[in-house]
Write a protein of this length. Structure first.
Length: 290
């Protein structure tokens, strides 16, 4: 397989158009089209659907893409190993993470990581959307919710169970709930995207829909209202780690319910080749999560 053909394929996917890919590579549209055709002939499958204005991945192209990127990355890594003064990780690290988690747990790590790896760049997407990391070219996706996509390679980074919490001032004014039914007598604060709270009872899942006095689209908003004494929230252990350590929030336990286990996961597009920038980032993130 010709690596130049693979590089052309990756460039086309990145910009979504053969003509723009040709300009990016300093080539012509005819040459780019020919190289793509050679690669498809070599593999025996169609990788891209072409129209006059754009291209889109076929299912075979989507499956091949992470391997193609790995091959191009491996070639560049091999060259950099022998370049003068090459040290540390290099290249563009593309990470997507939930906004609240990313601001609190990813952003603080980046200055030191980038200082230790001068040739590495970082593109961080903070969003609640579950993006397609293969099609959009991300190296890593950080996920808190249960995993559903079996195509991706998952690395468990840390436990992160759900927790009920409230401020000491709120509990002093309103008392501490002991049972699930007690929550109907309390002000509840919830995330807009999660209309129900999840619990476990004798191994089974139990959902509870709070009559929320306040809802917000971000974890930060719910947490700040909770710290201010506005009510009880269900967040995760990492969401309130700092506030619990300072005594600003108190984790609550119900006698008839247990809290569901969650974890922080790093999803990678393939296990065949992991760039050094990815392993460096995952190492510092896992260490910081404890």
């Amino acid at each position: 397989m010709n690596l130049k053909d693979v590089e052309v394929f990756c460039a086309i996917v990145a910009v979504g158009n053969l003509t723009r890919a040709a300009r990016t590579l300093g080539s012509t549209a005819m040459t780019v089209s020919r190289r793509l055709a050679l690669l498809e002939s070599e593999l025996g499958v169609r990788l891209l659907q072409r129209t006059t204005r754009a291209v889109s991945l076929t299912s075979e192209g989507e499956e091949f893409l992470p391997y193609a990127r790995a091959m191009v990355e491996a070639e560049q890594t091999a060259k950099n190993m022998f370049s003068a003064g090459a040290t540390g990780a290099f290249g563009l690290l593309r990470v997507t993470a939930p906004s609240g988690f990313g601001r609190r747990n990813v952003l603080p790590l980046l200055p030191e990581l980038m200082a230790a790896n001068p040739q590495m760049k970082v593109e961080l997407n903070l969003s609640e959307d579950a993006v397609d990391i293969v099609a959009q070219g991300y190296d890593i996706a950080i996920r808190i919710a249960p995993l559903r996509d079996s195509r991706l390679v998952a690395h468990r980074l840390a436990d992160n169970p759900r927790v009920l919490c409230a401020s000491p001032a709120y509990l002093q004014r309103n008392g501490t709930p002991k049972l699930l039914a007690d929550l109907k007598n309390h002000a509840c604060l919830r995330l807009s995207a999660l209309p129900w709270w999840l619990f476990e009872n004798q191994g089974g899942a139990v959902s509870y829909t709070p009559d929320a006095r306040f809802s917000c689209s971000s974890v930060e908003g719910v947490r700040e209202m909770c710290v201010a004494g506005a009510g009880i929230a269900q967040l995760t252990a990492l969401d309130i780690r700092e506030e619990a350590a300072r005594g600003e929030l108190v984790p609550l336990m119900l006698e008839d319910m247990a809290m569901p286990a969650l974890a922080v996961w790093a999803l990678l597009p393939t296990r065949r080749y992991t760039p050094r920038r990815v392993t460096a980032f995952l190492a510092v993130l896992k260490q910081s999560l404890g």
